[in-house]
Design a protein around this ligand. Structure first.
Ligand code: SAJ
Length: 404
């Protein structure tokens, strides 16, 4: 039986996937409300195909609990927040989960940590906890780092078809864990050491952050000198070895906008490109505000109540708002004592920000400018409703919208 600890954006789909692939699974989370919701057969967040996977897993007998279960296989998928001031990882949830496992686990346990951690975190914080316990590392308990690689919005597909990394102290234990993931993962699974697995996960997200920063910097250059960044990227990408990403209003989510900071925090003297890229991406919400004020002036609009922000999530068709560019933009406004502009997001069912309007039609009433921050399918399906507005399109999805 596998006990999956932490039923958030990664833990829940992973637990469900393991269950439908004929593993006996119990999912554990300390959040009673979340566990109750799952026990009542309701999902806790929206994701493509998750509904169906959930009902299949329920049929297979997946269970949910607030308690850790006594078994010999654990997958820890708890969050690893970061300390914004000193740019270091906060491993406290992982440590807490490891200690709770140590209280109940059986001899010969496979303790798999999926949560993203910076290189050296497992050596520094997890091994000492196990050394303090009655278990002996490599003999009665085996530590594994198996970072996830799934893209929100396409999680179910990517769980199945993305290759994976397993870091272990011995190939033998690494291969045992590989067998577990092989029950649903149809792609290659590399077995390596733990620190390599930690570092490769963090640099995968850093690689993407740097490449998005390049696209964003191009957008700024092109805006300054009146060039069409999208056309230029399209043309440049016809080169067989060039693949420039897409500029946007900033980088959000709990991965790409966070993981590179771990490296900057740990290796401050060695992370020039990485920290510059982070700063470029973090500057984009302010760039959007600057562009917005230019567009307002050009169109003779002086009343900020005539401007609305469309999209609060960190990207299209997800309901996750962590580190989202729109929320970063409102934070920036707040620094200048301004309350948030009117906003609307079809994926968000609760009010999370001041001046958020819960109905699209009501949001559009009296607006002259709609700022499209997120390219939800919803807006593409409702183009007729915004055809009489000025659209500031930071995502390049609206025909005739004003570009970044
Ligand atoms: N973005 C751009 N331009 C682009 C691509 C993305 O501005 O060309 C923005 C998005 O709008 C969003 C942010 O970047 O705000 C991140 O979105 P994303 O779709 O690139 O990635 P995430 O954060 O949803 O998921 C990433 C993935 N990592 C990589 O692609 C290297 C995913 O595979 C990881 O599993 C995930 O982080 C994670 O959990 O680490």
């Amino acid at each position: 039986m596998i006990n999956v600890i932490g039923l958030g954006y990664i833990g829940l789909p992973t637990a469900l996937m393991l269950s439908v692939s004929d593993n006996e699974v119990i999912g554990t989370d300390f959040n009673e409300k979340l566990v109750k919701t799952l026990q009542n057969g309701k999902l806790t967040f929206e994701e493509n195909g998750l509904d169906q996977l959930f009902s299949e897993a329920l049929k297979k007998g997946i269970e949910f609990s607030t308690e850790y279960v006594s078994t010999d296989k654990y997958i820890i998928t708890v969050p690893t927040p970061y300390d914004k001031d000193n740019k270091k990882i906060d491993p406290s949830y992982v440590i807490q989960a490891v200690n709770s496992v140590l209280e109940v686990c059986k001899e010969n346990t496979l303790l798999i940590i999926e949560s993203t951690v910076s290189p050296g975190t497992i050596d520094k914080y997890v091994r000492p906890e196990i050394e303090k316990s009655n278990f002996e590392l490599g003999k009665t308990i085996h530590l594994i780092h198996a970072p996830e690689r799934i893209l929100p919005g396409n999680m179910i597909h990517e769980l199945k078809f993305n290759s994976r990394t397993i870091g272990a102290d011995s190939i033998e234990q690494g291969n045992k864990v590989k067998e577990i993931y092989k029950t649903f993962c149809e792609s290659d699974i590399a077995v390596t050491d733990i620190k390599t697995a930690e570092m490769s996960k963090v640099i995968e997200n850093t690689y993407r952050d740097i490449n998005i920063a390049f696209a964003n910097e191009l957008a700024k250059i092109c805006r300054f000198d009146d060039m069409d960044v999208y056309e230029i990227i399209k043309v440049a990408n016809m080169h067989p070895r060039v693949n420039i990403l897409t500029p946007g209003p900033g980088v959000g989510g709990h991965c790409i906008s966070v993981d590179p900071w771990f490296l900057v925090g740990d290796y401050p003297e060695l992370t020039n490109i990485i920290s510059t890229a982070r700063h470029i991406n973090d500057s984009m919400p302010d760039f959007v505000l600057k562009r917005l004020s230019e567009i307002m002036i050009e169109n003779g609009i002086t009343d900020r109540n005539k401007v609305g922000i469309y999209g609060l999530t960190y990207k299209q068709d997800v309901d996750d708002t962590r580190e989202s560019p729109s929320l970063q933009l409102f934070d920036s406004m707040k620094k200048h004592l301004a309350s948030p502009l009117k906003s609307y997001d079809p994926m968000i069912k609760d009010k999370i920000v001041e001046n958020q309007i819960m109905s699209f039609d009501e949001f559009l009433e009296d607006l002259d400018i709609v700022v499209v921050m997120v390219s939800h399918s919803h807006i593409k399906e409702n183009l007729d409703k915004i055809s009489n507005k000025i659209i500031f399109d930071t995502q390049n999805i609206i025909p005739n919208g004003i570009k970044l």
